[in-house]
Write a protein that binds this ligand. Structure first.
Ligand SMILES: C[S@@+](CC[C@H](N)C(=O)[O-])C[C@H]1O[C@@H](n2cnc3c(N)ncnc32)[C@H](O)[C@@H]1O
Ligand SMILES: O=C(c1ccccc1)c1ccc(O)c(O)c1[N+](=O)[O-]
Ligand SMILES: [Mg+2]
Length: 214
């Protein structure tokens, strides 16, 4: 039977990237998505903004909502300090299977914990499963109608502390209107919009960075 796009993306990584070199994995995926097949990774343009936010935050605990093939997972983890951890959540088992292999090719399996399941079910279990108290940075990049409910859930579960950063992809395209309205009007957050483009295209999109004020 015909291969899937994530399988072809993994094959491109294994063909063109160097084992143990995360940035070559990121480059190989961007090449594949720009010249062969578009895929919904955060991509190289928004990826540079993601890199700067991650580097400035220098987080110990990171939560990623939406792994897909592990592109942003590898991109973020490649910038983390030695004793830091990235927990990434993915409910599609086929995507999780591919992501584990991409993460392994990058040599980052010790920094990354990929947990399979729905964000709404897993967020309340983060403290008991991983011994994490609060997250220093959360990257929201799963289905867009889940950004707001999951943000409220993280607040309720006490997973955010004064200074925690929420970085949300796709706030313009496909768009997350209810999340944007909430976060930009909430006195509990200080938000900033980073204008960019939908991965590998000229369509406008951007990232919203919001700092939890506690
Ligand atoms: C846009 S892709 C993630 C892309 C990835 N962050 C990157 O930039 O490389 C969105 C992913 O989130 C997953 N997803 C969507 N809603 C979810 C949920 N509620 N819980 C867990 N995973 C979810 C989808 O299966 C899909 O793989
Ligand atoms: O929703 C889509 C989408 C919609 C239709 C077709 C393909 C993708 C999408 C597009 C760009 C993204 O960066 C992204 O994170 C997503 N997503 O699924 O979460
Ligand atoms: Mg996205």
């Amino acid at each position: 039977t015909r291969s899937t796009r994530p399988q072809r993306l993994l094959a491109a990584v294994q063909k063109n990237a160097t084992r143990g070199d995360p940035r070559s994995v990121v480059r190989a995926i961007d090449q594949f998505c720009r010249h062969k097949e578009w895929a919904m990774n955060v991509g190289d343009e928004k990826g540079c903004i993601l890199d700067s936010v991650v580097s400035e935050a220098n987080p110990t605990y990171v939560l990623e909502l939406g792994t897909y093939c592990g592109y942003s997972t590898v991109r973020i983890a490649s910038l983390l300090s030695p004793n830091s951890k990235l927990i990434t959540v993915e409910f599609n088992p086929e995507y999780a299977k591919i992501a584990r292999q991409v993460i392994a090719w990058a040599g980052l399996q010790d920094k990354i914990h990929l947990v399979e399941g729905a964000s709404g079910d897993l967020i309340p279990k983060m403290q008991e499963m991983f011994g994490v108290k609060t997250f220093d940075l959360v990257f929201l990049d799963h289905w867009k109608d889940r950004y707001l409910p999951d943000t409220k859930l993280m607040e309720k579960c006490g997973l955010l502390r004064k200074g925690s950063i929420l970085l949300a992809d796709n706030v313009i395209c496909p768009g997350t209107p209810d999340y944007l309205e909430y976060i930009r009007n909430s006195p509990q957050y200080e938000s900033q919009y980073f204008k960019s483009h939908l991965e590998y295209t000229k369509v406008e999109d951007g990232l919203e960075k919001s700092v939890f004020l506690g």
